[in-house]
Design a protein around this ligand. Sequence first.
Ligand SMILES: *Cc1c(COP(=O)(O)O)cnc(C)c1O
Length: 453
Amino acid sequence: MTSSPAALRSRDNDHVWHPFTPMSAYRDEGAPIIERGEGFHLIDVEGRRYLDGISSLWCNVHGHRVPEIDAAVRDQLDRVAHTTLLGLSSPPSIDLAARLVQTAPEGLNRVFYSDSGSTAVEAALKIVYQYHQQKRSNPQHRDLFATVGGAYHGDTIGSVSVGSIDLFHRTYGKLLFSTVSVPSPTALRYPEGFTSETFVRHCFDEVERVVAENHQRLAAFVIEPLVQGASGILVHPPGYLKHVREVTARYDVPLIADEVAVGFGRTGTMFACEQEDVRPDIMCLAKGITGGYLPLAATLVTDAIYEAFLAEPAEGKTFFHGHTYTGNPLACAAALASLDLFEQNDVLANVRRNEQILAECLAPLQDHPHVAEVRQKGLMVGIELVADRETLEPFPAERRTGHRVTLAARRRETIVRPLGDVAVLMPAPAMPGDLVRRLCVTISEAINDAVRY
Ligand SMILES: *Cc1c(COP(=O)(O)O)cnc(C)c1O
């Protein structure tokens, strides 16, 4: 087959169905076809060089083509590309499990591997559901999950059930199991009769009320710690995560921390839970786990949960769940090399520097006539664009204002991807400060382009 850019584009349009992408519009846009990466840049088949402003969808950590990670994957490739974890083991999966346990909040001693954030959450839900039936003292049938409004936990049916982004989820309503939810404690928009302060207070109280009312049925409380990513980079007020942990612990409800987006340095610490000194019962990891190299995920659980699955094989208490490529050795080797680089390069210190740079460079946008709010935690930034910043009236959906930002940034050799009309910046944790500055300048110019009629 020929691989001229035009031929590739035409085959792309003929055969590839892109995820989360309205294909009718995509076909006409001539999106970059990325051929190579180099550090924090992506280079397309026409030789154009783009700054990767969203860490290749929130997962890249140290840049692309990192010599140490490349070498680790090659070295594993010289041994074996894939062997199963179903009843067998492999050195990289063993070493990585031990490293993750060492790095994670205390008490999470057991690692169950899968391949994506969705499957990490899916496994967590099934594990905790089965755990209650099999726990030694007082086995129970708990069938209800508590969630936070606007949550996103992935796209498989279980992980969609615990999410609530209307646009993504309403179509599948009848396929989903039911949940109870508490309102997201974010105060840009609040119901009548509240102020932003009283609404946040109300959200804290709702955690107590919903858990108290349902605790005997609650299999777990599922949360994105500190930041709700996919619903528009919603940053929780300080103390909220700790409050949720305190209430769930008091009512004996397990806490599932979905650190798929916030884990691996994104918010300034290795894991977001550390910032409020929270120890979840289950923690889900994916996106940044391999430095953004290969599909891998992990669901970490406490000994107490793990031990409920220990019994004579014939008793049937095994966790009957697992995917073919679970714990793939190439992916685990990449993950180990990535964890080494976190230490060698003090990536977390770089995150804290870049956090400051983002805050300073984006400050002028706070007063922009079409910006409702600039939200930031660590290296996660959401800039909400509205038609009117006083009334918070949104732009008409058909205008695709957020998407216009993407197209305007692309003309400036930068890759970004919005969440609706929220422009998103998600620079890689190891990105040098001067590139972060450039990213801020580009996004500001792209926003000006995009809001102009
Ligand atoms: C991206 C994301 C997921 C889903 O991960 P995939 O690898 O895309 O399946 C789950 N939870 C959160 C918080 C995420 O941001």
